[in-house]
Design a protein around this ligand. Structure first.
Ligand SMILES: [Zn+2]
Ligand SMILES: [Zn+2]
Length: 141
């Protein structure tokens, strides 16, 4: 999804079988506009408060959980913290073990041969770890 119009976001919620509420739209808009940042529920809460949105911390937690259950957003757990991703195409993530930055990788970076898996795969969650380009460059200088 490109930069979001509020109607598109409401449409997305409806399409996923969810009621549209003002608070849900605030959370979704933030996540969609900040895609690639993989915010935790706490970070989402703080960001919304900063923007002057009236919302409670438990509401934010409930909303992101509901979004995730309905497939509106994806969840990735990194170092014990649940982070949320508005891009739900199953793209792999690269996590830098030095600076902790989370990078999106193109979906076709890794091709899984589903024919070799006898099980029913419901979710693709791929995490790669290492040292990111930025940290590698820092080391050189
Ligand atoms: Zn790094
Ligand atoms: Zn991502």
């Amino acid at each position: 999804m490109k930069k979001s119009k509020i109607e598109d976001l409401a449409g997305l919620l409806k399409q996923k079988g969810m009621y549209v509420t003002k608070q849900r739209l605030h959370v979704l808009k933030l996540l969609v506009n900040a895609r690639g940042t993989h915010m935790s529920a706490d970070e989402i809460y703080r960001e919304l408060v900063k923007k002057g949105v009236k919302i409670s911390r438990p509401s934010v937690f409930n909303i992101v959980r509901a979004f995730q259950e309905h497939g509106v957003i994806d969840e990735i757990e990194i170092a014990g913290v649940k982070r949320f991703d508005a891009v739900t195409d199953g793209h792999p993530h690269f996590i830098c073990t030095r600076c902790g930055e989370i990078y999106d990788l193109p979906t076709d970076t890794i091709v899984i041969n589903y024919d070799m898996i006898p099980h029913k795969v419901e979710k693709q969650e791929i995490k790669l770890k290492g040292i990111c380009q930025k940290c590698l460059e820092k080391k050189k200088t």
